[in-house]
Design a protein. Structure first.
Length: 214
């Protein structure tokens, strides 16, 4: 279960087996809140199957998406370093199975394998970098710039063609970039009319280099 996870790369099979024995598997239906912003931090979560969305929300129901995680990825690393409240909420975007390792069990494991702490720190810093990038984008780019940045970051190269395979509705994109769905809709419509993007089912194909401005 853990051998393909970057956080635990470098561990021997018997070490991974001992750590796996400490994990508890939970199944969650789609659209289930796994973590609420402000909850007490006490565990690391690993996505075994399915996917989750990490977001910030307010009392008015507005949200900004910080990240998404799929199989083999983890979230909640900060809980292993800091007992403070959770900094964001996490919801499943499809039926998912998550492996949960408590901070107490992981601390015991780290005493036996201190080299793993460097991996935890790297993952935690990666989360901070992603958050910094999100804040920088919201502060410095206009709405079009944020849409273009998200499309480019989400695109995968397939035989020289960049394709956004991750299914994102216009509302999802709006939540990612802190804008309205209507504005996103207008931008995507114009990009499609200009031949820059093509919609194929739930995928977005980037046919040309996106313009610098809209």
């Amino acid at each position: 279960m853990l051998d393909n996870i970057e956080l635990f790369s470098g561990l021997e099979p018997d070490e991974l087996a001992r750590l796996s024995s400490k994990a508890v598997i939970h199944s969650y239906p789609k659209n289930t809140i796994v973590i609420n912003q402000g909850d007490i931090s006490n565990s690391l979560h690993i996505v075994v199957s399915g996917s989750v969305r990490v977001f910030l929300g307010n009392e008015d129901g507005k949200e900004i998406i910080l990240n998404t995680h799929g199989p083999g990825e983890s979230f909640g690393e900060m809980a292993l370093l800091d007992a403070g409240p959770r900094s964001a909420s996490v919801i499943t975007t499809e039926a998912s199975k998550l492996a949960i390792i408590s901070r107490t069990d992981f601390e015991d494991f780290l005493q036996e394998h201190p080299q793993t702490m460097m991996k935890v720190l790297q993952q935690a810093f990666a989360c901070l970098r992603a958050l910094t990038d999100t804040v920088s984008s919201l502060a410095l780019l206009d709405v079009y710039g944020r849409v273009a940045r998200l499309l480019l970051q989400s695109a995968e190269d397939e035989k020289g063609v960049k394709i956004v395979k991750q299914a994102m509705t216009q509302q999802d994109i709006a939540n990612h970039i802190g804008s309205s769905r209507e504005m996103v809709s207008r931008i995507l419509k114009d990009l499609k009319a200009g031949g820059y993007i093509e919609m194929q089912g739930k995928q977005i194909i980037l046919r040309q280099t996106l313009p610098r401005a809209w």
